[in-house]
Design a protein around this ligand. Structure first.
Ligand code: BES
Ligand code: MN
Ligand code: ZN
Length: 484
């Protein structure tokens, strides 16, 4: 997919498909016969929000067809614009046209400018125009749509161009994250993640490296290594450094949970839906996706992305409940449940991040089932020890429609992690499971401006539409753009 701008008035454009409101459609057609074709096609169209009408005008017309989007003629709310835009994007992605002109962003939306409207719609197109057919021997027909031109006038030209440029980068980042997430766990193991991360290193100003198990052992990452011990595929701590900013600017550090398959280990998970634990590397996939987007957009920032990649398997070498390990920070951890493995890899990666003296550090993890109980799939759970950082991520989420909801990190929860035998235990009991997991991580991030996103509910879908969503790449990317 390629997004670009087209500066013109609607009545002068030539396009296989024009996406607009009903009034917009009427204004775009100047010839009488074409207006009649439109009237005929939209005769039974209710013009209600969420409805889309595909009006064929004719293959010789300048505008060969119109996707008429309902409910967008007057001023609409932000929520309604999103709804209309999503419906239009879903229809457009499935049309047999290679290119289209997008005009819906000229609708007026309460409190939102054309840059937001264009960005929002292009993200909708990006999400709708994703297919994952890699492992099917009989592939579905590939989507035809290759190019979307954002219609601009003299005044909105710069805003639309910025939206299109960012949308190209964001699409690449989201697709990268979704592809990694959807890849089966017999393919996507820690070395595969490293191989894919190395592709980012082809770009300018990017360096990709990794710590292997030997190096991690030397450093003293006993917590991280305890997770991969049961697996035949070795762990990796993947490091992507992008120096788009000034030499001495402190970097933003992103950390992703990259459990390429989570069986639970000796604290084995039940069999039902266990396949979905291939998505337990979606934190890693999305920090890599956001990094890809930042690189593609050539953002003037310094970024370090760490991926804690490991497979959590039961075996004769696996950790037992009751084992005590020493983390890189020196703090000891009693592993009471080997299925609470995400925090065990993350605590060492977070401690390792200190050496980059981060301006801010954000980790992303499918960390707890309790997060899904609390928030479902609509919001990622956000924890932070710094209000400015938290608000920056919340705002980025609201702006991009990829929302987070802030949760508490109060000290009161810390006592649930007390252990009789070590500095802490790795589970906090049945209450507030997403909070106590975050409180565990908080013990390793003192003195850094840190945020944690539990994306167990938002990063992938189960059921018939099973698949990686690419979230929270949109809000991470927006946060990074906002920092520039
Ligand atoms: N990867 C899971 C969390 C998860 C569950 C993500 C469902 C997405 C969907 C995590 O490693 C885990 O197993 N957490 C345990 C923690 C518990 C043992 C304290 C959980 O949530 O049950
Ligand atoms: Mn687990
Ligand atoms: Zn897990």
């Amino acid at each position: 997919m390629k997004y670009s701008t087209q500066t013109a008035t609607a009545s002068t454009i030539k396009t296989p498909c024009f996406v607009t409101s009903l009034d917009g459609a009427r204004k775009a057609l100047t010839k009488k016969a074409e207006r009649e074709a439109l009237d005929l096609a939209t005769r039974d169209f209710g013009n209600k929000l969420g409805q889309v009408c595909n009006a064929n005008i004719g293959s010789t017309a300048a505008i060969q067809r119109l996707l008429v989007v309902g409910g967008c003629d007057g001023e609409v709310s932000e929520t309604d614009y999103r709804k209309a835009s999503k419906a239009a994007a879903a229809s457009l992605a499935r049309l047999p046209v290679a290119s289209a002109t997008w005009g819906l962003h000229h609708a007026s939306v309460e409190d939102q400018d054309i840059y937001w409207r264009a960005s929002t719609s292009l993200l909708d197109v990006s999400l709708a125009a994703y297919q994952y057919e890699k492992h099917k021997s009989k592939k579905a027909e590939p989507l035809k749509l290759r190019r979307v031109n954002v219609l601009a006038d003299g005044r909105s030209r710069a805003s639309c161009a910025k939206a299109a440029k960012e949308a190209n980068a964001l699409k690449a980042g989201i697709d990268f994250a979704r592809d990694l997430g959807n890849e089966p766990p017999n393919v996507c193991n820690p070395s595969y993640l490293l191989k894919e991360a190395k592709k980012l290193g082809r770009a300018d100003k990017v360096k990709v490296s990794a710590l292997d198990e030997k190096k991690m052992e030397e450093l003293g990452m006993g917590s991280f290594l305890s997770v991969s011990r049961g697996s035949d595929t070795p762990a990796k701590l993947i490091i992507v450094q992008y120096n788009g900013g000034k030499r001495n600017d402190a970097p933003i550090v992103l950390v992703g949970k990259g459990i390429t398959f989570d069986t639970g280990g000796i604290s084995l998970k039940p069999g039902a839906n266990m396949d979905e634990m291939k998505f337990d590397m979606c934190g890693a996939a999305t920090v890599l996706g956001a990094t890809r987007a930042a690189i593609d957009a050539k953002l003037p920032i310094n970024l370090v992305t760490l991926v804690a990649a490991a497979e959590n398997m039961p075996s004769g070498k696996a950790s037992r409940p009751g084992d005590i390990v020493t983390s890189l920070s020196g703090q000891t951890i009693e592993i009471l449940n080997t299925d609470a493995e995400g925090r065990l890899v993350l605590c060492d990666a977070l401690e390792y991040a200190r050496r980059y003296k981060p301006k801010a550090i954000i980790d992303v993890a499918t960390l707890t089932g309790a997060c899904i109980v609390a928030l479902g799939s609509h919001a990622s759970a956000l924890y932070a020890n710094d209000d400015e950082l938290a608000n920056g991520i919340l705002d980025a989420g609201t702006w991009s429609g990829d929302r987070s909801w802030r949760m508490p990190l109060w000290d009161d929860y810390q006592q649930q992690l007390k252990s009789n035998f070590a500095d802490m235990q790795n589970i906090g009991g049945p209450q507030a499971g997403s909070v106590t997991a975050a409180c565990f991580l908080a013990r390793f991030t003192k003195g850094m401006k840190w945020a944690h996103m539990d994306v167990a509910g938002s990063a992938f879908q189960g059921g018939p539409k099973k698949g990686a969503s690419g979230r929270p790449v949109p809000s991470l990317f927006r946060y990074l753009v906002d920092q520039c």
